[in-house]
Design a protein around this ligand. Structure first.
Ligand SMILES: C[S@@+](CC[C@H](N)C(=O)[O-])C[C@H]1O[C@@H](n2cnc3c(N)ncnc32)[C@H](O)[C@@H]1O
Ligand SMILES: [Zn+2]
Ligand SMILES: [Zn+2]
Ligand SMILES: [Zn+2]
Ligand SMILES: [Zn+2]
Ligand SMILES: [Zn+2]
Ligand SMILES: [Zn+2]
Length: 495
């Protein structure tokens, strides 16, 4: 299926599952992942360790061949480097800073925009040449508005939910009776939960945020935030955070837990699925009744073209038609300036018929599929599904015996449906290339494929040659802006 190629693993770099008990080198982001380059024809390449979280070597340049022997001196230097990247304040220190900050008079409450930190009175002088702003009580409750969203397109672009989407998520989860929400990479959801509790109009809900963005430690207590890497299930504060997660996942007094994750879109699906499975495993062990086959209820928010890969890793999930949108994403938001239809969806193991999608936004219930779908997603009697993935009305092709995008036509010569201007007879190009956006070829055949990867200058063994490391959403040079390129990709997808 073409859409399954819309993931990093198919670029030709695969993540190799860790061997039990084999030590794994660590970068500042915790244990690294083992990658293997797969050449054309399935030939296996050399394996190497690289950072799980960063896709740009500017952010983390860790590189080590699998079989490489690392000297004691280098190991010590690496350890020192990892230590030096730790946050300045511990979480405990941050909690006490927050308490002090909260009790300050309004005119002394300042936030440094340059350093992205709350300042205590004794620190104002040191930041006097920086841009600082006053912080109201309301702003203190909305850190996702106060903090500048991380905008590193390659590793960690922080796309924040619109009110529409965050309220929908919270209303849905509350309606389903969940009392505790494990927010994995969803700071705005955690914020909304806390704000709503203050209103005292609803039954209170608990939330725990797991996120790699440690700026949030400034605003939350130890049992509300853990500094966490979702690509390797690494807690930066070790066992203490592990204990916080365990306590949160324990369902006392019938307080049902649900997990909501919104990982960076360029993320590797397999490592994410494996972290979520580990969270599920922890939850399952804490259940009093026998849940040996059951996973923690979850919602994984990700673009629809990852559906095959996600379902391969988590077969109990279903993709829902709900379109998640973001305040600060140029393409993935509602309204005039953005792309009208966001490609981001909910993948969930909660029964789809229980997740009621809003009628006033154009969703309806399909009684055959037993799930809510977009009105344009008409049930096809021949395929016996509501087939549309992108929100448009798909049409059935009797020759292909499946439903296809509305813009595709059946091509006799190719023996399948394709865009009218597809490169006929070449057996490629129907959805364009995910690497460069061209409609002329598929990503596997992309001439720019290798230049679009991060290259790492490895040491000794590579003889100074640049080594291709991880696929990038963006190539290194001569590129359009991320947004322009994504627009092109999406345009290719939606044809
Ligand atoms: C696409 S944004 C989702 C934000 C969400 N829509 C919200 O409004 O709350 C991705 C989130 O995951 C976090 N993140 C990125 N990389 C991460 C990693 N390796 N481990 C844990 N969290 C990560 C980011 O800090 C960010 O909060
Ligand atoms: Zn790293
Ligand atoms: Zn400053
Ligand atoms: Zn249907
Ligand atoms: Zn059909
Ligand atoms: Zn056809
Ligand atoms: Zn053709």
């Amino acid at each position: 299926m073409e859409v399954s190629e819309a993931n990093d693993e198919s670029f030709g770099i695969e993540v190799i599952p860790a061997e039990d008990g084999k030590p794994v080198p660590c970068c500042p982001h915790g244990p690294t992942l083992l990658f293997e380059k797969v050449a054309k024809g399935g030939e296996k390449g050399r394996r190497f360790y690289a950072c799980s979280a960063c896709r740009d070597r500017k952010d983390c340049n860790f590189f080590q061949w699998e079989e490489e022997k690392v000297s004691e001196v280098r190991l010590l230097a690496r350890e020192a480097e990892n230590q030096s990247k730790r946050p300045v304040f511990t979480q405990q220190e941050n909690c006490s800073r927050f308490r002090k900050f909260s009790s300050l008079p309004l005119d002394e409450k300042k936030f440094c925009q340059d350093c992205q930190m709350l300042l205590l009175p004794g620190e104002h002088g040191a930041h006097s040449s920086h841009r600082t702003t006053a912080v109201s009580t309301d702003q203190l409750r909305r850190p996702s508005v106060l903090l500048r969203p991380l905008d590193n397109k390659k590793s960690n672009a922080q796309y924040l939910f619109t009110d529409r989407s965050s309220h929908f998520l919270l209303d849905t989860l509350a309606g389903l009776g969940y009392k505790k929400v494990l927010c994995v990479g969803t700071p705005r959801l955690q914020e909304l939960i806390k704000l709503r509790n203050l209103e005292q109009k609803h039954e209170p809900m608990k939330s725990l945020l797991l996120d790699i963005d440690f700026r949030y430690t400034q605003f939350y207590s130890q049992d509300e935030f853990c500094h966490y890497n979702m690509f390797n299930h690494h807690f930066f504060d070790g066992e203490a955070s592990g204990a916080v997660l365990q306590a949160f996942l324990t369902e006392c007094d019938g307080q049902k837990v649900v997990m909501v994750a919104d990982p960076p879109f360029g993320g590797l699906v397999k490592p994410l699925a494996s972290s979520f499975s580990l969270i599920s495993h922890t939850w399952r062990k804490l259940q009093s009744s026998d849940c040996s086959n059951i996973d923690i209820p979850m919602m994984w928010i990700f673009p629809y073209f990852f559906e095959p890969r996600i379902l391969e890793c988590l077969p109990s999930c279903t993709m829902l038609d709900y379109q998640v949108d973001y305040d600060n994403h140029p393409l993935y938001k509602h309204g005039k300036t953005g792309r009208k239809q966001s490609p981001v969806r909910l993948f969930t193991n909660i029964s789809p018929r229980d997740v009621v999608l809003p009628k006033d936004e154009g969703y309806r219930f399909c009684s055959v599929c037993q799930r809510f779908v977009l009105s344009l997603n008409k049930h096809c009697a021949k395929c016996n599904v509501c087939p549309s993935k992108d929100g448009r009305e798909w049409k059935h092709c009797s020759m292909c015996e499946k439903c296809v995008k509305p813009s595709w036509r059946h091509c006799q010569r190719c023996g399948r449906c394709a865009l009218p201007d597809h490169p006929c007879g070449q057996g490629a190009g129907q959805e364009g290339c995910f690497n460069c956006g061209s409609l002329e070829h598929k990503r596997k055949a992309c001439p720019l494929k290798d230049t679009h990867r991060i290259s790492h200058r490895s040491n000794a063994k590579s003889g100074g040659k640049r080594v291709s490391h991880r696929p990038l959403l963006k190539p290194k040079a001569k590129r359009k802006s991320g947004a322009a390129r994504r627009a092109k990709q999406l345009a290719a997808l939606s044809k």
